[in-house]
Design a protein around this ligand. Structure first.
Ligand code: GLC
Length: 418
């Protein structure tokens, strides 16, 4: 069977009747940014199914516009923390935090793959929900209009245990009232997963937010973890650009102007995350009021939003990293002492991040490096299958072989090659 056919089968097998789980057992619900990539993957062969992925995710959207990180459509004992720990009191149950907002970008791409009448109608129904979500980001996470949104939990960055969060996370107490019953380490080797102490802090934050009644302003004020993640901000800027295109077609001129205003502010603010000393875009610790001096794969994502000013330096950095790893792009600078090639977001290569970086490099005129990153990604998947992530030093696939978003990226990369 061809890899393409296998990729389609992974998506079909992880389909739970309209929405897709990231993988069986380890992640038995619908995850926000996973689904955005999955929708783009489905769009390459089944656009109707792609729309349904997005629509199911939006069933979990809150009235204030938040699109949760997880929607618990059906009960499962395979995952912790489940709905009872979050206690958001909604149906369907959801978590109370979010994830990088890839959805508007995905919706625009699904529409492009299926610009027939049905696509137009489904997009018209979805557009107001995306508009509300971007308004939520601005109101809940950047109430003073700085142009950078705050992230309140490492899980919101999608890069759960990145060493970039270590110091900011040190401030978070480890005390929890919840009994921590991890399920992930029963499914995969604990050495490849976040540590126990990370989990205590992750759950402590959930409890702090729960105690605010999930009120966005109180959460922002109460959170002992508050960062401007360069990845989330770059992805949001890109999503705003895609939303602007949709607003012109499905919204009003006032909405388009509102979005354009936010884009201008965000473009300027993102540039302030550039660090001349490390020649990289860095996240900012909003509590300490200082940059987080660690180069990570997220620092390449401003290219995905078309920020081309430092494109050549970033391509050079990739060239340099490429000399010490077998496959680009390691999630953490391979020359940094905190680089761990096997542990989740502390070193491994993730196909979805690679795809955004390759797109960004292409958009910013760095074709050769874009081809290299895309080629490395295809090479890893061709050799190892649809793993959750990959060891950049050996290319070994880690975390099981049937991940939806890795399959989706294979389909996207194949489409681009053709
Ligand atoms: C992990 C990843 C996150 C992903 C989720 C489901 O928590 O860190 O980015 O969305 O798994 O695949």
């Amino acid at each position: 069977m061809s890899r393409r056919e296998e990729a389609r089968q992974v998506l079909r097998a992880n389909d739970r009747g309209g929405y897709t789980v990231p993988t069986d057992r380890l992640y038995p619900f619908q995850w926000n940014w996973d689904s955005a990539f999955v929708a783009m993957g489905f769009a390459t062969f089944d656009p109707a199914r792609a729309w349904s992925e997005i629509e199911w995710l939006l069933r979990g959207q809150w009235e204030d516009g938040l699109i949760p990180q997880i929607v618990f459509h059906a009960p499962s004992d395979d995952y912790f923390p489940g709905p009872e720990v979050w206690g958001v009191g909604r149906s369907p149950p959801t978590s109370g935090i979010t994830q990088p907002p890839v959805l508007a970008t995905a919706a625009r791409r699904v529409l492009a793959a299926a610009a027939h009448e049905e696509g137009e109608a489904r997009m018209a129904a979805i557009y107001p929900r995306l508009r509300d979500n971007h308004r939520w980001w601005a109101a809940a996470r950047d109430p003073h209009g700085t142009g950078l949104v705050a992230t309140l939990h490492p899980w919101e960055t999608g890069m759960d245990n990145s060493p970039a969060w270590d110091r900011a996370l040190d401030r978070v107490p480890t005390a929890t009232r919840t009994d921590i019953r991890r399920r992930d380490t029963g499914h995969v080797d604990p050495a490849f997963r976040p540590r126990a102490i990370d989990y205590q802090r992750f759950i402590h934050l959930v409890e702090v937010f729960c105690d605010t009644g999930w009120d966005p302003a109180r959460m922002l004020a109460a959170s002992p973890f508050r960062v401007a993640d360069v990845g989330t901000n770059a992805i949001l800027l890109r999503a705003e650009q895609d939303l602007l295109d949709l607003a012109i077609r499905f919204g009003t001129p006032e909405e388009a102007a509102e979005i354009a205003g936010r884009i201008a502010r965000m473009e300027a603010a993102l540039e302030r995350l550039w660090d001349g000393r490390l020649s990289h875009y860095l996240a900012r610790d909003l509590i300490a009021g200082e940059p987080i001096p660690l180069r990570g794969s997220a620092g390449f994502l401003p290219l995905f939003a078309g920020q081309a000013r430092h494109a050549a330096e970033l391509a050079e950095r990739l060239e340099e990293w490429g000399r010490s790893v077998r496959a680009l792009v390691p999630s953490t600078d391979p020359g940094h002492p905190l680089f761990e090639p096997l542990r989740y977001w502390r070193g491994p290569v993730w196909a979805v991040v690679n795809w955004m970086i390759a797109e960004g490099l292409r958009r910013c005129g760095q074709e050769a490096m874009a081809d290299r990153v895309a080629g490395d990604t295809r090479g890893l998947i061709a050799a190892e299958g649809f793993s959750e992530y990959f060891d950049p030093l050996t290319g070994q696939g880690i975390g099981g072989g049937t991940f939806s978003w890795t399959a989706a990226i294979w389909l996207l990369l194949e489409g681009e090659e053709a």
